[in-house]
Design a protein around this ligand. Structure first.
Ligand code: AMP
Length: 224
């Protein structure tokens, strides 16, 4: 596989929680050989290390609300300024508000980066079913699903044997809160993207497995 994107590009995976952004980002990272930047993972690392930032965001994340823009903007700016992002990177879960999208534009434009948006469309009923069955390896971050993608050994990571966990924000009431936040704060960015002139693609993710979805995305990006 080779990178089909020129100039250096921020590939933005956009969609509601549970639409498969994280899974697709991990698969795309392998074939495109560029870093996967997940603001959710970065924030969970902060919470796990119990530093001041982690303590500040822990309660917000547990209830499914969004962390303040300035916190995530700073984390992303620092991450994308590193050398490994010079050829491009994949954004998963960022931007999530118009203020974040505007900040990203301000950061990337002077560096000559293009932006390509992939919108993963999935119905909310499938999302609730997916997220309540989701399990994650706390060590390497690999995602599983009890029905569609179970681990080989009950509740253990296939890659390192670590016991899988249910994320605190994958409880049904929190999922509903996250979807509501998506509708109010995140979905409006679609119009911002449409008006910004960046290439924009939609992928229907209903009733499609991860590999079929990957093929659709690669087709759109002309990654071979
Ligand atoms: P995710 O793993 O992307 O679903 O993110 C988990 C949680 O982290 C979200 O429910 C938010 O509380 C927080 N979070 C992740 N990314 C962002 C972002 N771009 N802006 C604000 N909060 C975020």
């Amino acid at each position: 596989m080779k990178l089909g994107l020129r100039p250096p590009t921020a590939l933005i995976l956009f969609g509601p929680p549970g639409s498969g952004k994280g899974t697709q980002a991990k698969l795309l990272k392998e074939c495109m050989k560029v870093p996967h930047i997940s603001t959710g993972d970065m924030l969970r690392e902060q919470v796990a290390s119990s530093g001041p930032l982690g303590q500040k965001v822990k309660g917000i994340m547990a209830t499914g609300r969004l962390v303040p823009d300035e916190v995530v903007n700073e984390l992303v700016e620092e991450r994308i300024s590193r050398d490994d992002c010079a050829r491009g990177f994949i954004l998963d879960g960022y931007p999530r508000t118009i203020a974040q999208a505007e900040q990203l534009e301000l950061t990337l434009k002077p560096k000559g980066f293009a932006q390509v948006v992939i919108h993963l469309k999935v119905d909310y009923t499938s999302i609730i079913a997916r997220l309540t069955g989701r399990r994650q390896c706390p060590k390497c971050g690999t995602l599983y699903n009890q029905s569609s993608n179970p681990p080989k050994n009950d509740e253990q990571c296939d890659l390192d044997g670590t016991r899988l966990v249910i994320r605190e924000d994958d409880r049904e009431e929190v999922i509903r809160e996250r979807l509501e936040g998506y509708d109010h704060q995140t979905r409006p960015i679609l119009e911002y993207f449409a008006a910004s002139g960046h290439p924009f693609h939609e992928v229907d993710g209903n009733s499609v497995g991860p590999q079929a979805m990957l093929q659709r995305i690669c087709g759109l990006l002309a990654v071979e």
